[in-house]
Every structure is written in C-alpha cells, then in structure tokens.
Ligand binder design. Sequence first.
Ligand SMILES: Nc1ncnc2c1ncn2[C@@H]1O[C@H](COP(=O)(O)OP(=O)(O)OP(=O)(O)O)[C@@H](O)[C@H]1O
Ligand SMILES: [Mg+2]
Length: 273
Amino acid sequence: MEPFVRTVQITNYKSISRCRVDLGPLTFLVGPNGSGKSNFLDALRFVADSLNTTLEQSLRDRGGIQSVRRRSRGHPTHFGICVDVNLPDGRGGAYSFKVGAERDGAFVVQREECRVSRADGFDDFFVVEEGKVQQASQSIPAALERDRLALVAISGLPEFRLVYESLRRMAFYNLNPERIRDLQEPDSGQMLARGGKNLAAVIRELGRFGGGHLARAFRGQLVPTEAELARRECRDYEPASVLVGRIQTERARTRDGGPVPRRRRRQERRADR
Ligand SMILES: Nc1ncnc2c1ncn2[C@@H]1O[C@H](COP(=O)(O)OP(=O)(O)OP(=O)(O)O)[C@@H](O)[C@H]1O
Ligand SMILES: [Mg+2]
C-alpha cells in the first residue's frame, strides 16, 4: 500500500534545521527525548491546520512565528515545509511553502508552490510569491494575499481541489495506551479522539462498514459538499459548472492568438464602426 505522504522536507521548523524523510505505509520515528520527533509531526499538522483555518491562526496557536521558526545562533528568519503526496485518484502532488518573519511578529508567505501530475504528462502548477502569481499552468482567477496560503483560495479550481482537500484532512493522533485500556464512557465511535480513548468504540463502529464504504470515506464522498455547506452557512457559492465556464473564458481571453470571447468580439466590432 502506498502512503498518502511520500516525502516530507522541513527547514528551520522549531528545533529542526533541515531534514528530508521518506515515509512508508508504516514509519517509526525513533530518537532521544527532545530530538524533534513531535516537532516533525507538528510540521505536518501545521500544514493541515493552516489550510483548515488560516496561517495566522495556525501560527498563533503555536505561540507566533517566533516560536515556530528555529531559534538558533544564525537566526534564520524563515521556515519551510514541503510534502510530496499520492492523491487518492492516483495522481502525484507536491506542495510547499516558505514563511518569513517580519517585524513585530508579522510574517509573509515568501514562496508557495503546488504541482499536480496529469495523465498527459504535463503538470498543473502554480508558484506564488508574496501574494503574486509568478508562474502557473493556467490563469488564477483568485484574490491572493501575502500573509495567506494561496492554495486555500485556489482550491476552487478543479485541478487543485483534491490536493487541498487531502492535505487539510490529514489527521494526527497521539495514542495513549493507558487511556485506551481504561473503561470507556459510552461513545458513538464516529470520530477517534486524539489520545485514542474511544478506540474500542471506533473499531466496533468500523465493523459496520464494508471496504467500499471506507474507500468512499477516504475520498471525502461521505461529507457534505461545498454547496451544502455554503447553503447552511448562508455563503455565496459558485457551482463547478459556472467556475469552469469562467476559467475557460479567462483562458481563451489570455491565450496568445486564441479566440476572444463572443461578447468582447461584439464590443470590439462596435468600437471599429
Ligand atoms: N522554535 C524553536 N527553535 C529551536 N528549538 C525549539 C523550538 N521549539 C521547540 N524547540 C525544541 O524542540 C525540542 C523538543 O522537541 P520535540 O518535542 O519534538 O522532541 P521529541 O523527540 O518529541 O521528544 P520526546 O521523546 O520527549 O517526546 C525542545 O528541546 C525544544 O527546546
Ligand atoms: Mg515528543
């Protein structure tokens, strides 16, 4: 079985100066106390947290950028995380960002890059620096900001949706055998607690489902769609068909020598008269 996260590269995150770790379906991190095992996992959790909330929130939860970037004699002012992933639909993806500290606890996303392989051998990708698109496989119709992760805004594009959803759904547990062994409070077993105290209930619950059901859960098909969530939260929602139409129009408009949208052609003809 292929792991979801294939490789993790970290620079200047907490006590970790630089590391590259290839993960298997089961990987053991072994090292003395204080050697950075929890910091390594926290870097991955940081990616999920930042995509689920905001970079600012995720840094604040960890004591601010001064606590997250590595304290050392050389005073590095940035940290970076890069993950290579196997997406559930078989495509490969890579996502990385580098965050730099500014004055008074402020920060900026110095560089963010996302790349997803395509069946035809080309990649869908974007590179954003300080809120500005530097390179992209397509036009990016999203408002970006220098202190936010662009992938959150760009996840509306179908090409990058799965990498976003998969990364933000990464979950981390710190199983505590003592708590697992304890007598349990009654529990529905639908969500594993971080320390694993309701593990028995979760295993009982999983027994009710066949493999197909679990596979659909893994692909995110059992959770509310964005349309449903938007309706519940009274937010605007742009259905995929409208979004794709908008992207195609935008692409056609910017492509060299490409067809100009009919409405613009009409306007130009009128202007010529
Ligand atoms: N921003 C930072 N810069 C430098 N070092 C840091 C920073 N934040 C935390 N540390 C150091 O990281 C170390 C703790 O690392 P971590 O908790 O990952 O260890 P561990 O391998 O999980 O240990 P244990 O086996 O005890 O769980 C501490 O020495 C702490 O001082
Ligand atoms: Mg630890």
